[in-house]
Design a protein around this ligand. Sequence first.
Ligand code: CTP
Ligand code: MG
Length: 330
Amino acid sequence: NSFIPYFLEPQQEDNISIDMIKLYQELLPKKESHDRRIKFVKLMDRLMNTEWPDHDIKAHVFGSSVNDLGTSSSDVDLCITTPWNGLRNVKTLAKLFRKSGMQHVVCVPRAKVPIVRLFDPELQLSCDINVNNTLALQNTKMIKAYVALDPRVRPLIMIIKHWTKQRLLNDAANGGTLSSYTWTCMIINFLQQRQPPVLPVLHHIENENKGEDYFFDNVEKLKGFGAANQESLGGLLFAFFRRFAVEFDYHTQVVSVRQGRYLLKTEKGWDTGRNKMSLCVEEPFNVSRNLGNSADIASVQGLRCEFQRFLEMLIAGEDLETICAPYRAM
Ligand code: CTP
Ligand code: MG
């Protein structure tokens, strides 16, 4: 292992920061994309309430359509809430959407959270739908709060997400890698651990036994929290990749946004079974869930190679577009 510097050369860091702002501008969704999403949710709401009136069915958007981390091509994540148990089997929903003209309607009934996936050909949107998984609504609010706290958070996460998609490292369901949500938690935790910190630990603020679901959500009160940290976007990007290429101890450490630090696999009982070899990321509201367990040993090795590759290319002075070029099998 060759020596990896602790910082980029100042000129290189500036260049990367400039590249990042440019790419960020390109990734930001257009108003048109926002409007299409709103239309889509209204349509879904109407379809369900026309078919099954009197069941208090509501459609809530979560994920990147509302947490400020989406692009125009992001899917829509939808959570249906209803006290009625007639929708417990997602096949019932799938049937309705098929006859309503939706395409590629598939059920994933045995996923951790059962979903229906579909494509709306008119509005050109892909969508994942679950029923009554309200945890996802809560953790989406938390992500949105973290993103609003410091102006560096949104571009940093959007750019790293872009890289994960280009390099095929963002498919927890089929690719055996990590979901966007898992990546987002890793980046937030990294920012909590900078010295001085860019982000606070929202679960710890004014928390006097307020329960599992609590996090501090008064963003206004925390504006300026990260100002003591003067790191540039380029500096933070480099530090994130350095962290996961050479500093993070994959065998013993667990990423925890809830605690704002690393926990030990041993203290969580994650030092056995599948968790032992995985990249461990604690779900902030349901701490028994390891968000990283979608990636197996081979995938974690692949990830580590990709962190290394990114870092080496940064140090070699490559530009961001080259570093984020799509993965091609040799
Ligand atoms: N989610 C979760 N547990 C997971 C994965 C996802 O609770 N293991 C929930 C989170 O609420 C997350 C939402 O599902 O915000 C959407 O997840 P994902 O699609 O991975 O993230 P997005 O922010 O929507 O990113 P993308 O733009 O790639 O769709
Ligand atoms: Mg999504």
